[in-house]
Ligand binder design. Structure first.
Ligand SMILES: [Zn+2]
Length: 155
Protein backbone atom coordinates (compact mmCIF):
# COMPACT_ATOMS: atom_id res chain seq x y z
CA UNK A 1 0.00 0.00 0.00
CA UNK A 2 1.36 3.43 -0.84
CA UNK A 3 0.10 6.75 0.38
CA UNK A 4 0.16 9.73 -1.94
CA UNK A 5 0.63 12.92 0.01
CA UNK A 6 -0.25 16.12 -1.80
CA UNK A 7 -0.19 19.83 -1.18
CA UNK A 8 3.25 20.13 0.33
CA UNK A 9 3.41 23.68 -1.00
CA UNK A 10 6.76 23.91 -2.70
CA UNK A 11 6.72 20.20 -3.49
CA UNK A 12 4.47 19.51 -6.44
CA UNK A 13 5.22 15.82 -6.82
CA UNK A 14 3.19 13.40 -4.71
CA UNK A 15 5.32 11.66 -2.12
CA UNK A 16 5.08 7.88 -2.27
CA UNK A 17 5.31 6.35 1.19
CA UNK A 18 5.47 2.56 1.49
CA UNK A 19 3.34 1.34 4.38
CA UNK A 20 3.57 -2.11 5.85
CA UNK A 21 1.36 -3.49 8.58
CA UNK A 22 1.91 -6.98 9.93
CA UNK A 23 1.03 -8.77 13.14
CA UNK A 24 0.61 -12.22 14.60
CA UNK A 25 -2.56 -13.73 15.99
CA UNK A 26 -2.62 -16.20 18.82
CA UNK A 27 -5.31 -18.79 18.09
CA UNK A 28 -6.23 -21.68 20.32
CA UNK A 29 -7.94 -24.28 18.14
CA UNK A 30 -9.83 -25.73 21.09
CA UNK A 31 -10.96 -22.53 22.77
CA UNK A 32 -10.90 -19.63 20.34
CA UNK A 33 -13.84 -18.77 18.14
CA UNK A 34 -14.06 -16.88 14.87
CA UNK A 35 -15.57 -14.07 16.91
CA UNK A 36 -12.47 -14.00 19.16
CA UNK A 37 -10.24 -14.02 16.12
CA UNK A 38 -11.95 -10.98 14.60
CA UNK A 39 -11.80 -9.10 17.88
CA UNK A 40 -8.10 -9.88 18.29
CA UNK A 41 -7.38 -9.00 14.68
CA UNK A 42 -9.10 -5.68 15.03
CA UNK A 43 -7.03 -4.88 18.13
CA UNK A 44 -3.77 -5.94 16.55
CA UNK A 45 -4.30 -4.18 13.26
CA UNK A 46 -5.13 -0.99 15.06
CA UNK A 47 -1.75 -1.11 16.78
CA UNK A 48 -0.15 -1.91 13.43
CA UNK A 49 -1.87 1.02 11.76
CA UNK A 50 -0.80 3.35 14.55
CA UNK A 51 2.82 2.33 14.03
CA UNK A 52 2.46 2.70 10.27
CA UNK A 53 0.93 6.15 10.73
CA UNK A 54 3.84 7.21 12.95
CA UNK A 55 6.26 6.04 10.30
CA UNK A 56 4.35 7.79 7.50
CA UNK A 57 4.25 11.04 9.49
CA UNK A 58 8.02 10.82 9.96
CA UNK A 59 8.42 10.44 6.20
CA UNK A 60 6.24 13.48 5.60
CA UNK A 61 8.32 15.55 8.02
CA UNK A 62 11.52 14.36 6.38
CA UNK A 63 10.18 15.55 3.02
CA UNK A 64 9.04 18.86 4.51
CA UNK A 65 12.52 19.45 5.92
CA UNK A 66 14.34 18.48 2.74
CA UNK A 67 14.08 22.12 1.63
CA UNK A 68 15.16 25.14 3.71
CA UNK A 69 12.60 26.48 6.16
CA UNK A 70 12.15 30.22 5.71
CA UNK A 71 11.05 32.85 8.17
CA UNK A 72 7.67 34.23 7.08
CA UNK A 73 8.68 37.74 8.21
CA UNK A 74 12.35 38.05 7.24
CA UNK A 75 12.32 35.57 4.34
CA UNK A 76 15.60 34.19 5.62
CA UNK A 77 16.45 30.54 6.17
CA UNK A 78 15.67 29.51 9.73
CA UNK A 79 17.90 27.39 11.97
CA UNK A 80 17.05 23.99 13.35
CA UNK A 81 16.50 24.13 17.11
CA UNK A 82 16.05 20.50 18.00
CA UNK A 83 12.77 18.73 18.60
CA UNK A 84 9.86 19.19 20.93
CA UNK A 85 7.17 16.69 21.80
CA UNK A 86 3.44 16.85 21.43
CA UNK A 87 0.61 14.39 21.71
CA UNK A 88 -1.55 13.77 18.69
CA UNK A 89 -4.81 11.82 18.86
CA UNK A 90 -5.51 10.00 15.60
CA UNK A 91 -8.25 7.61 14.49
CA UNK A 92 -5.83 4.75 15.32
CA UNK A 93 -4.86 5.99 18.78
CA UNK A 94 -2.52 8.48 20.43
CA UNK A 95 0.93 9.31 19.12
CA UNK A 96 3.66 11.21 20.91
CA UNK A 97 5.40 13.11 18.15
CA UNK A 98 8.83 14.68 18.41
CA UNK A 99 8.73 17.29 15.72
CA UNK A 100 11.47 19.56 14.46
CA UNK A 101 11.51 23.15 15.63
CA UNK A 102 13.04 26.02 13.66
CA UNK A 103 13.71 29.56 14.75
CA UNK A 104 14.74 32.76 13.02
CA UNK A 105 18.09 34.19 14.16
CA UNK A 106 16.86 37.75 13.48
CA UNK A 107 13.31 37.98 14.78
CA UNK A 108 13.03 34.77 16.88
CA UNK A 109 9.95 33.55 15.02
CA UNK A 110 9.45 29.83 15.60
CA UNK A 111 8.08 27.36 13.05
CA UNK A 112 7.28 23.67 13.33
CA UNK A 113 6.76 22.54 9.73
CA UNK A 114 5.10 19.26 10.69
CA UNK A 115 2.50 21.06 12.81
CA UNK A 116 1.78 23.37 9.89
CA UNK A 117 1.25 20.39 7.60
CA UNK A 118 -0.95 18.55 10.12
CA UNK A 119 -2.87 21.71 10.78
CA UNK A 120 -2.93 21.39 14.53
CA UNK A 121 -2.66 24.62 16.38
CA UNK A 122 -4.21 24.66 19.80
CA UNK A 123 -5.64 21.14 19.73
CA UNK A 124 -4.19 17.68 19.92
CA UNK A 125 -7.07 16.14 17.98
CA UNK A 126 -6.87 15.78 14.23
CA UNK A 127 -9.84 16.80 12.09
CA UNK A 128 -10.49 13.19 11.15
CA UNK A 129 -10.74 12.23 14.79
CA UNK A 130 -13.19 14.97 15.52
CA UNK A 131 -15.32 13.82 12.60
CA UNK A 132 -15.12 10.10 13.28
CA UNK A 133 -14.67 9.99 17.03
CA UNK A 134 -18.02 8.35 17.56
CA UNK A 135 -17.28 5.08 15.78
CA UNK A 136 -13.55 4.78 15.34
CA UNK A 137 -12.15 5.40 18.77
CA UNK A 138 -10.10 2.70 20.34
CA UNK A 139 -12.21 1.43 23.14
CA UNK A 140 -15.58 1.02 21.53
CA UNK A 141 -16.81 -2.51 22.24
CA UNK A 142 -16.65 -4.95 19.35
CA UNK A 143 -20.39 -5.58 19.60
CA UNK A 144 -21.12 -1.89 19.13
CA UNK A 145 -19.01 -1.88 15.98
CA UNK A 146 -20.89 -4.89 14.69
CA UNK A 147 -24.18 -3.11 15.30
CA UNK A 148 -22.85 -0.05 13.51
CA UNK A 149 -21.64 -2.16 10.58
CA UNK A 150 -25.10 -3.71 10.37
CA UNK A 151 -26.67 -0.28 9.96
CA UNK A 152 -24.30 0.41 7.05
CA UNK A 153 -25.13 -2.77 5.17
CA UNK A 154 -28.87 -2.74 5.79
CA UNK A 155 -29.65 0.27 3.61
ZN1 LIG B 1 12.62 36.34 11.06
Amino acid sequence: MALAVRNLGYMQMPLSIPVEVSFSLSVNLQGSTLHDMQRDMRREIRQGLLGALRSAIQQVEKALLSAPVFCPRCRRAMRSRGRTGRRLVTVFGSLDLQRARYSCASCRTVRRPLDEWIGIVGTEYTTAVREQALYLTADLPYEALEAYAATLTSS
